[in-house]
Design a binder for this molecule. Sequence first.
Ligand code: TRP
Ligand code: SF4
Length: 326
Amino acid sequence: MRKRILSGMRPTGPLHLGHLIGVLENWKKLQKEYDCFFMVADWHALMSEYEKPKALRENIIDNAIDWLASGISPKDSTIFVQSHVKEHLDLHMIFSIITPLGWLERCPTYKEQLREITNRNISTYGFLGYPVLQAADILLYKANAVPVGEDQLPHLELAREIGRRFNSLYGEDVFPEAKAILAENDRLAGLDGRKMSKSYNNTIAISERPEDIRKKVQSMFTDPKRVLRADAGHPENCNVHKYYGIFAPCRKKEVEEACRQAKIGCAECKKELAEALVNFLSPIQEKRNELLQDKKRIIEMLEQGRIKAQAVASKTISQAKALIGL
Ligand code: TRP
Ligand code: SF4
């Protein structure tokens, strides 16, 4: 039997290169090896977007389209929407009852987000329980492993603790321990060198139009020590050069040498990168446009995913409910 994976993404907007390189490429590899459940985490998105939920429904479909266009396949994986499988809420409730408040209040991601997210009101009861729902997502499918970014490790640790607490309270090993699978690729930095994120306005979307890709690449930060065209560059300190490594690996070495000897200027260097990126994204965008023509097919695919996910989820819930007397 293949080991099981569960992972999810919040549909808060169009997916970008950070998602593509940091997450989807990884999922694509894993789906050949594991029994994969990939979930559009719409409840989690709503926890921060509830004041303006209008785009949510569109984002759910759009993100699913990005997944498919990037090579996540419903033949290999179970692709579904969190809110379509109501068992997530049953387990969330059960876990809410047994999770000590202190575990959530101490959670570093919670404290950080309360500090950093100032344009929305997230000091809600629901948001405190964000990791409880995430634990329910993972344990509902008895996942053995969860591919996540490093920022999610505290949530995974909490999921293990909550699972352990359930098992020990009710005397049965219902929930296995899920281990983290960290992506091999380094996180792709945004245009300005910070983490790529919509809130920093430094992203290139998977669906970005070629002319916008060209403009955005020209705006990328480069080696800060290279001021004049005649200055020798330091590609190891240049984000553009890192992009070469991913999107035009066969040109990486040459560009590196040319940069060190000031034989290539930054504008030219970026111009070439932009074309490489346009070419890299072109087959994905073509697939996207094809899928966008037939949204009914996407909805049907998500419904098939729901059926497969729910078959597993409902068994776990029956088992858990029996143990707690419901
Ligand atoms: N919290 C995750 C994120 O923001 C999304 C998520 C929700 C998730 N449920 C999950 C990830 C379960 C892994 C497993 O990226
Ligand atoms: Fe970066 Fe290219 Fe400029 Fe060198 S030439 S500093 S690699 S953008």
